[in-house]
Design a protein around this ligand. Structure first.
Ligand code: 9D3
Length: 253
């Protein structure tokens, strides 16, 4: 899968590309991430990417021409010209696990990182095929969101996670006719490691018992409880067994 990132801060991405999952996935050839400096697609001496907003107001807006030129340069060098063009913007649809799953099906994505007060709306309307936000909080540009989107997407590519199981059990994996056993769609249960006692805080006894059925039940109940308390909205998407319902009912009293 190839990512083309259009940004005024290409160096912003160097450290994340040199660590962890993105480093491994690119080294193994599962993903290629190509950085493009938006200023290389300007045509004036000052390499101007922004201008004042029509109608007045504070701040600056990204001009459409350099962004169009950058995307069209990419289009001219690839076979399949219908690649998705994603504008990272606070007005976009929310990035979720389901959106990451959808994006991971593409062979080639272009990511446009905005800055300043925003991007000329003609980019969103006529060039971008999709507009994505990573959440309802204010950042200063699309670079961190682009990095987040890439990590969420690339870890879904076949072969990227050595351990396919850990993906199946991710909290936000959407249930697709899933067995009720798997923790699909629930927040994760608590995890512990040695020492069994730390500053007088003991690891729950059941985890040391070696009784796998008891451990399974304990984990399921903790996951249900944490989800019910913190993210009750998620419970609506989860297939619940009679035992699950009984446990949730007992929490209410
Ligand atoms: C100060 C200007 N803001 C008015 C409250 C509008 C605004 C414009 C541009 C807010 C943020 C930005 C820059 N942010 C992004 O480009 C961005 C973003 C975000 O801020 N939050 C969550 N997801 C995203 S994706 C791109």
């Amino acid at each position: 899968m190839t990512f083309d990132i259009i940004t005024i801060f290409p160096e912003f991405f160097t450290s994340i590309l040199e660590h962890g999952l993105l480093k491994r996935a690119t080294a193994a050839g599962h993903a290629a991430i190509r950085l493009h400096d938006l200023r290389d697609y300007t045509d004036d001496r000052h390499r101007t990417v922004d201008d004042r907003p029509f109608g007045g107001g504070p701040g600056m807006v990204f001009k459409p021409e350099p962004i169009y030129r950058a995307v069209e340069a990419l289009r001219s060098e690839v076979q399949e010209k219908n690649f998705p063009v994603i504008l990272l913007s606070p007005q976009g649809r929310l990035l979720t696990q389901a959106v990451a799953e959808e994006l991971s099906q593409a062979a080639h994505l272009v990511l446009i990182c905005g800055r300043y007060e925003g991007v000329d709306e003609r980019v969103a309307e006529n060039l971008a095929t999709d507009e994505i936000s990573i959440g309802d909080f204010v950042l200063s540009g699309g670079e961190l969101p682009a990095a987040v989107l890439m990590e969420a997407t690339i870890r879904l590519l076949p072969g990227v996670l050595g351990n396919e199981e850990s993906r199946e059990q991710d909290s936000f994996a959407v249930p697709a006719g899933a067995a009720a056993e798997v923790r699909h769609g629930l927040l994760d249960c608590p995890h512990y490691t040695r020492p069994a006692e730390f500053r007088n805080w003991k690891v729950p006894e059941v985890l040391l018992s070696g009784d796998h059925e008891q451990i399974r039940q304990w984990r399921r109940r903790r996951a249900l409880e944490k989800t019910w308390r913190r993210r009750p909205d998620l419970l609506a998407q989860v297939p619940l067994s009679a035992e699950d319902r009984q446990w949730l009912e007992s929490l209410r009293t």
